[in-house]
Design a protein around this ligand. Structure first.
Ligand code: ADP
Ligand code: MG
Length: 560
């Protein structure tokens, strides 16, 4: 199939041609004809990098009535970055359609300018759910005539706590509109949206549902947690041309890892919630330009990142929500290229690998962390390769050659090579001289000890749970609106108290705040631990909620 035969206007075809898209991707091949020739709703499941933006963007642009000045399509996406990306993509598709107006609106930017832009009139709005709802309430965005609503990255929007906003928006749009929903995964919440707001949608699944991109290799290294950073360094040294994202779980860890990498001479930087938008844009610009080889990021900060040639995704540790792994690894292997997703895991995390394999529908390869010798060999060949291929500027260099030759007369060719290599290479040889083996051996005493510890902890926990069913209920000023999930709260309790044995009861996430319950004997530990803490840049306030809840817990949370 080609774009020419799909029924697009010559202007739109010209835009596609400019982009050098040769033929539609599988999801485009399926979605475009349905949108152009019927009025069916669509649920499109496809991993990142499959060309979803054009799949909905092209036919929606084609169907805009330019004479009609009202808003005809609303595209919802989870982040500011994605809104900007999508509207840029639509702009380039429609480069030759002069009068088409596309407006992006999102949080974190002055609303006044967006109101002004909308006042001028627009055919397509690309928006984050929170901001468009605000604009609808202020009567700046009028969506009562829209024909199409598109939910892009629906799973991410729900992950980020936009559930109520989405409900509110979908309820106010005209009943006869068409809805297109795109998602990489199909968790329950996405299915609920489809069931509640869509009319017997056609379901289009590209590749295996929930599968990671076909051309991504998944690898894990089993190491002791204290060796994570050294392992990361070896990965970087073993892949001199690496262009990758290193995912960390917390902002602090992101900063620490990036600081160490920079100190150790790598082209790396961090992107996380503590940075201002301008700082984030600056880091992203350097990464896009490849001035940075490694971007250390939290999952939240990485959500908008849309870069094509990523060679490696490194999971510095596994994500709390295992589904997130799909999003991480989906950032490589895009646009037909191959990529590698590496997980650095310890004994505790390695047990999660089979679950991830189920989610991605693919097996991991367990590889050994490269040894010092292997890395030196790799670096050496890389250096020689670069030396062979280097461009020589004859004109600039020839005036020096005579003197240089004279000075090196006493050295043979072999010796000259040896000297040059050592000059560049001694640093690596020295660093990796006697470098230890970082691999954890499955059968060593350490594992037995770990397992013993684990059993003992479990026993203690069981004992405590039997003897003490008094949970203290706490109030925390984080809710759905902040994108907080039960696992985040469990994670914070674990991290801030540095005690993984505290029994946790119910966790109840409300809109703007939440409650959680913890074994009452840890009340002061919790209050102390959460003092002066932050979540995604917001100060956390934890207080005792009224009344102690007595025993009889039905839902006991399992600890990670
Ligand atoms: P998704 O939204 O599924 O993650 P995108 O729409 O962002 O994917 O597309 C991923 C990349 O593939 C982009 O760089 C885009 O320009 C490119 N692309 C999309 N459609 C085609 C096509 N038909 N041929 C070649 N490249 C394409
Ligand atoms: Mg997309």
């Amino acid at each position: 199939m080609t774009f020419d035969t799909m029924g697009f206007s010559p202007e739109l075809l010209k835009g596609i041609e400019d982009l050098k898209f040769e033929k539609p991707t599988p999801i485009q091949e399926k979605v475009i004809p349905i949108v152009l020739s019927s009025n069916h709703d669509i649920v499109g499941l496809a991993q990142t990098g499959t060309g979803k933006t054009a799949a909905f963007g092209l036919p929606v642009i084609e169907q805009i009535d330019l004479q009609n000045k009202s808003v005809q399509a609303l595209i919802l996406a989870p982040t500011r970055e994605l809104c900007i990306q999508i509207s840029k993509d639509l702009q380039s598709f429609s480069k030759h359609i002069n009068r088409l107006q596309i407006t992006a609106v999102y949080g974190g930017a002055p609303i006044i300018n967006q109101i002004k832009a909308l006042k001028k009139g627009t055919h397509i709005i690309v928006a984050t759910p929170g901001r468009i709802l605000d604009l609808i309430k202020r009567k700046a965005a009028k969506i009562n005539h829209i024909k199409t609503v598109i939910l892009d990255e629906a799973d991410e929007m729900l992950n980020m706590g936009f559930r109520d906003d989405l409900d509110a928006i979908l309820e106010t749009t005209p009943a006869e509109k068409r809805t297109l929903l795109f998602s990489a995964t199909m968790p329950k919440e996405v299915a609920r949206i489809a069931k509640t707001y869509m009319k017997t949608p056609e379901e289009i699944t590209i590749g295996k549902q929930n599968a990671g991109a076909e051309n991504v290799r998944h690898i894990y290294y089993l190491v002791h947690a204290s060796n994570r950073y050294l392992t990361l360094k070896r990965i970087a040294d073993y892949n001199p041309d690496i262009y990758g994202i290193v995912f960390c779980r917390t902002r602090q860890e992101t900063k620490d890892v990036a600081d160490k990498l920079i100190k150790d001479g790598y082209n790396a930087d961090a992107i996380h919630g503590d940075l201002s938008q301008a700082q984030r844009d600056h880091v992203m610009k350097r990464f896009r330009e490849k001035s940075l080889q490694m971007l250390v990021a939290t999952d939240v900060a990485a959500r908008g990142i849309d870069v094509d040639d990523i060679t490696h995704i490194i999971n510095y540790n596994l994500p709390d929500e295992l589904e997130t792994y799909t999003h991480r690894s989906g950032r490589t292997g895009r646009a037909g290229k191959s990529g590698i997703s590496i997980a650095i895991v310890n004994f505790r995390e390695v047990t999660k690998i089979p679950y991830i394999e189920k989610i991605i529908g693919k097996k991991f390869e367990k590889l050994l962390v490269p040894s010092g010798t292997e890395i030196c060999k790799k670096q050496l060949f890389n250096l020689i390769d670069r030396m062979e291929k280097v461009k020589i500027d004859e004109k600039q260099i020839s005036p020096f050659m005579e003197t240089v030759n004279k000075k090196l007369e006493w050295l043979s060719k072999e010796e000259i090579i040896k000297h040059f290599l050592s000059l560049e290479f001694n640093r690596f040889l020295a660093y990796y001289k006697n470098a230890p083996d970082l691999n954890e051996k499955p059968n060593n005493r350490k594992e037995n000890r770990d397992n013993f510890d684990k059993r003992k902890r479990q026993d203690n926990r069981n004992k405590r749970n039997k003897s003490n069913n008094n949970f203290q209920r706490f109030f925390i000023n984080l809710g759905k609106k902040d994108g907080v999930l039960p696992t985040n709260i469990i994670g914070m309790i674990n991290d801030y108290t540095r005690n993984r044995d505290i029994s946790i009861g119910d966790i109840d996430i409300k809109d703007k705040f939440s409650f959680f319950e913890v074994d009452g004997i840890y009340t002061s530990t919790i209050l102390k631990a959460f003092k002066d803490s932050k979540f995604r840049g917001r100060h956390i306030n934890v207080e005792i909620a009224e009344g102690i809840n007595e025993g009889n817990r039905k839902k006991k949370r399992k600890r990670k």
